[in-house]
Every structure is written in structure tokens, then in C-alpha cells.
Design a protein around this ligand. Structure first.
Ligand SMILES: Cc1cc2nc3c(=O)[nH]c(=O)nc-3n(C[C@H](O)[C@H](O)[C@H](O)COP(=O)(O)OP(=O)(O)OC[C@H]3O[C@@H](n4cnc5c(N)ncnc54)[C@H](O)[C@@H]3O)c2cc1C
Length: 360
């Protein structure tokens, strides 16, 4: 069997790794550099919070565990950063639901927050209650992409640079993809992992997954000596380390102000605001200004659930488009590889079948 995967983000490279591992002839086609899409502009927090539907929550829990399992499988996963996450104030209803569902969460004191993150300004911690989520983590998503790609190539997968312009169809089933330069890549199955742009490379609108991508501003600081070591959600600011002393900052309020065409330059006042909020929390930021700002586009299906597996109407054609794909990637790699080989999604993933958008 020969499979073409479109898109070298966290999803496409994970699927390529697992397909190559099972001996499937795999070609990964990417128009830009690996990690150039949402995976390279993501907050990349591994979690299962804010998912009041149980199947959705459980899927993210499995995704978190799959990242942890990679460590024993591969020996080292330097892209995975544990240490949990801390949030304040937390909502009582959310906390009791998460506890009922067996999700690891501890209500902790203000002193315990400061003990874990001594760089925080005590005066900035007024609004409790404070919670610690020990199993949560964040991922260097592009480092992960690179690691999956190298493993896939080592196992025989081929990486090809090129822009997919359409699917090839022969005798009523998918037969490969056509690239912008006019060349074709034949295949018995195609997996569309092009994220928010998944529909732009499929000419037939009856094969489109309804998407409503959302935009988010991520501000990155220069290297600063704050000592921050984990994800924090605080009033008006979410933040985490971003490697080599840098921090990544995000806030829902500034995201709400982004327009469909906003550029990072347009968002400069918001970046300044987030930096000011961060320095109140972490005085070691001093007068640092933002080093860079990115606007990431989240691939979000119309009902905000993952869209996975075969697309009815074109045998051999599959999609894997989902929000939270950083949390889910290690799990999706295995699941989608099995789905492509079997031709059907495992029953446990039925609520997330892309087919829901096409049936009836
Ligand atoms: C700001 C922000 C914050 C986020 N925070 C989190 C979080 O905290 N936790 C979490 O789990 N998830 C988070 N997400 C979501 C997560 O980042 C995405 O779901 C994930 O990165 C999507 O990965 P992907 O591989 O599906 O798509 P992408 O990373 O977008 O990869 C798709 C690839 O397809 C390529 N491509 C597109 N069109 C073509 C074509 N025609 N031909 C060839 N190649 C093509 C692109 O160049 C790209 O490299 C966040 C996203 C954003 C934007």
C-alpha cells in the first residue's frame, strides 16, 4: 500500500512515523517547512480541561498519556516538558467535574504556588482558589515535528516539498495528489493533515470538512531570568516557558480583538499589554519588550470536535483535522495509521468521525 500524507505538522508527521513503522510506503508532502502551520504557532499546552463532553475529555487524556508513553518507547523526548500547570482562580464546577472524572487536580495554597514558582510576585497572587494539575505539560511542537519526521524518514518514508493542488480520482476512488508544478504523486490512500487549510487543496466542495478556524496572538519575550518552569493560567494572562529563558504569552481578551486580517504588527498594542501584565506577575522581566509576536490559526471543524478518518464519497481519502492536535498528535499517529490500513476508524473514535459531516 502506498499512502500520501498532506501536511508536515504535528499530525502529518506523527501519522507518517506510524505508517512507515508498520512498513507502509509513505510519502509526506509539505508546501513549506515542517511545522510551518499551526504547529509552529501554538501554545502547545497538553491538557484535557474545558471539555465538558466526556468523550472529548477522554480523548485528550489518552493524547496526554500517548506523549508520556513515547518517552519509554523512544528513550528520550526532549520536546515534552512536564511539571504540571497552575491556574487561578479556578471554577468550582469545573474542578468537581474533573475530579469526578479522575483527572489529576489539587487545590493548593498561595504559598504552594509561590514555592513552585518563586519568581512570581507575591502581590500579584490575590485571586484564589489556586489549583495544580500535575499531569499537564507543554510541548516544543516544532521539535516534536522534526523528531517524528526524522523517525519516519529513517523507517523509509519520503518527504517531498510541493503544494498539493487537488486530489487525483480514478474509477471512483482516490488515486493520489496533483502538485502545483503539475506533477502527480500516485497513492492508494491519501490523508489530508493540512490543518486549517485542509479544504483549499480539494477542488470538489462535496469533500470539504466544514471548518471555522480561530486566530490567536502569541507573544514571545526575549530570554528573561524569571525561572518560570510550567504553564500558568492567571487572570488576564496565560503563559509558559518557551525555551532558553523565553516566555510565551497569550490572553483570550486580546484574541477576541483580532480581526480576520490582523497582522502581528496590527497587534503590537496587545503585545505591549501582555508584556505589561507579565512583568507584574514576574518582576524579572524588567523593561523587556516583546521579542516577537505570532498569529496562529487553529484548525477547528464547525462543531469544534476533531474530524478524523474516511470521507464518504471518495474511498481511500481520509482527513485528520482537529483543534488540540498538539495534545492529540502522538495518539493520532497510531490511530490514523491503523485507520488508513483498515479503511475504517476504530469504534472508540466514532464521535469524531469526519463522516458525521457527510452522512445524510
Ligand atoms: C495560537 C494557538 C494556540 C494553540 N494552543 C494549543 C494548546 O495549548 N494545546 C493544543 O493541544 N493545541 C493547541 N492549538 C492547536 C494546535 O496547535 C493545532 O491543532 C495543531 O498544531 C494542528 O496541527 P496539524 O498538523 O493538524 O496542522 P498544521 O500544523 O497547520 O500543519 C498543516 C501543514 O500543512 C501544510 N499545507 C497546507 N496546505 C498545503 C498544501 N496545499 N500542500 C502541501 N502542504 C500544505 C502547511 O504548510 C502545514 O505545515 C493551538 C493553536 C493555535 C494556533
Amino acid at each position: 500500500m502506498r499512502v500520501v500524507i498532506i501536511g508536515a505538522g504535528v499530525v502529518g508527521t506523527s501519522v507518517a512515523f506510524r505508517l512507515a513503522e508498520q512498513g507502509t510506503r509513505t510519502i509526506l508532502v509539505e508546501e513549506d517547512r515542517p511545522g510551518a502551520g499551526a504547529s509552529g504557532a501554538s501554545f502547545a499546552w497538553l491538557n484535557a480541561r474545558g471539555r465538558p463532553q466526556r468523550p472529548r475529555h477522554d480523548l485528550n487524556v489518552v493524547g496526554m498519556a500517548a506523549h508520556v508513553a513515547l518517552r519509554s518507547e523512544l528513550g528520550a523526548t526532549p520536546w515534552w516538558h512536564g511539571g504540571g500547570a497552575m491556574t487561578w482562580p479556578v471554577n468550582d464546577a469545573d474542578m468537581s467535574r474533573l475530579r469526578r472524572w479522575g483527572y489529576a487536580v489539587e487545590e493548593i495554597s498561595r504559598e504552594a504556588v509561590l514555592a513552585r514558582e518563586p519568581g512570581l510576585a507575591a502581590a500579584a497572587l490575590r485571586e484564589g482558589p489556586f489549583a495544580y494539575f500535575p499531569d499537564e505539560a507543554w510541548l516544543d511542537a516544532v521539535v516534536y515535528v522534526g523528531a517524528m519526521l526524522i523517525r519516519a524518514e529513517t523507517l523509509g518514508a519520503e518527504f517531498r516539498r510541493g503544494r498539493v493542488e487537488d486530489l487525483l480520482v480514478e474509477e471512483g476512488r482516490v488515486a493520489g495528489v496533483r502538485l502545483l508544478d503539475g506533477s502527480t504523486v500516485p497513492a492508494d490512500a491519501v490523508v489530508n493533515c493540512a490543518g486549517a487549510r485542509a479544504n483549499t487543496l480539494v477542488r470538489d466542495p462535496s469533500l470539504h470538512v466544514p471548518l471555522q478556524p480561530t486566530r490567536s496572538l502569541l507573544v514571545v519575550t526575549p530570554p528573561v531570568a524569571t525561572g518560570l518552569s510550567r504553564v500558568l493560567h492567571t487572570p488576564g494572562l496565560n503563559l509558559r516557558p518557551d525555551g532558553a529563558g523565553r516566555l510565551m504569552l497569550q490572553a483570550d481578551t486580546t484574541d477576541a480583538e483580532l480581526g480576520a486580517a490582523s497582522t502581528p504588527a496590527d497587534a503590537a498594542p496587545s503585545a505591549t499589554l501582555l508584556m505589561d501584565r507579565a512583568r507584574k506577575l514576574l518582576p524579572a522581566l524588567g523593561n523587556a519588550a516583546a521579542e516577537t509576536a505570532r498569529i496562529g490559526v487553529r484548525p477547528v471543524p464547525a462543531d469544534a470536535l476533531p474530524a478524523l478518518g474516511p470521507v464518504p464519497g471518495l474511498p481511500g481519502y481520509h482527513v485528520a483535522v482537529t483543534p488540540d492536535a498538539v495534545t492529540l498528535a502522538a495518539h493520532l499517529g497510531r490511530v490514523m495509521a491503523a485507520t488508513v490500513t483498515d479503511g475504517k476508524l476504530p469504534p472508540a473514535l466514532a464521535p469524531f468521525a469526519a463522516a458525521r459531516f457527510f452522512d445524510g
